[in-house]
Write a protein that binds this ligand. Structure first.
Ligand code: SAH
Length: 230
């Protein structure tokens, strides 16, 4: 028991080295070039946001369990989605699907204000505590169904949905400012969705761009046409 435990614990310096390697090999080498995104991914302590049992593999090139059957995305996918939003430092971003809080922390390193909604109370509470502990005072968390967005805080410059849905929730398009960007895994099937970037034009029309295949956990609640059945 002790041995297993001992092999899964790394020193703080090891995490810094693993994070640097992740940014170089898995993110920069695959074409992510936005400096703010690279800086944020090089800074956020991902190992502090995953379940303790997975800490030593926090910087590996794949998704990880975060409890309640949910997963934190592969670092490259986090970088790809964040870069696609073309964020500016003064902007305000809404995230649907807080999960571990990792994506919210990456956003918080780049923009002024981050609002994030999580439907599972346990995950919302844990992420809130973790983000506060890490000093992310510019992140606000709400435990609710993200299908309806966060009307009081709208409009947003960008919206990121980190669970898959078969349509874009209309309220989220409404809460996006003209010129705003929204990204989500769009699809119907569990193991494959299409990463889709929506841009709201000045005249309110929405332009879509398909960015390739991804695999996310489903968005639940109203988007599925029923009450939250977690
Ligand atoms: N962005 C997260 C990972 C997201 S996993 C991270 O960085 O760790 C997807 C998350 O979406 C899960 O936590 C799941 O509970 C949440 N979710 C699913 N449906 C949702 C909904 N309708 N509203 C808000 N959150 C939802």
């Amino acid at each position: 028991m002790l041995l297993v435990y001992a092999t899964s614990v790394l020193a703080a310096g090891d995490y810094v080295a693993l994070r640097r390697q992740m940014v170089q090999q898995d993110i920069r080498a695959r074409g992510i070039s936005d400096k703010a995104v690279l800086r944020a991914m090089g800074k956020v302590p991902r190992h502090e946001l995953v379940s303790p049992a997975y800490r030593s593999s926090a910087y590996a090139d794949h998704p990880l369990p975060i409890g309640e059957g949910q997963t934190i995305s592969q670092p490259y996918v986090v970088a790809l989605m964040t870069e696609a939003l073309e964020l500016k430092p003064h902007e305000r971003v809404l995230e649907i699907g807080t999960g571990s809080g990792y994506q919210a922390a990456v956003l918080a390193e780049i923009v002024r204000e981050v609002y994030t909604i999580e439907i599972r109370p346990g995950l919302a509470a844990r992420a809130g505590k973790a983000l506060k502990g890490l000093g992310y005072g510019n992140v606000s968390i709400k435990n609710a169904d993200g299908y309806f967005g966060w009307k009081e805080k709208a409009p947003f410059d960008a919206i990121i949905i980190t669970a898959f849905a078969n349509h874009i929730p209309p309220a989220l398009i409404e809460q996006l400012r003209p010129g705003g960007r929204l990204i989500l895994p769009l699809g119907n099937t569990t193991f494959h969705q299409t990463l889709t970037l929506a841009r709201k034009k000045k005249n309110g029309e929405v332009e879509l761009r398909m960015m390739g295949g991804v695999s996310f956990v489903p968005m639940v609640g109203k988007v599925q046409g029923n009450q939250p059945g977690l």
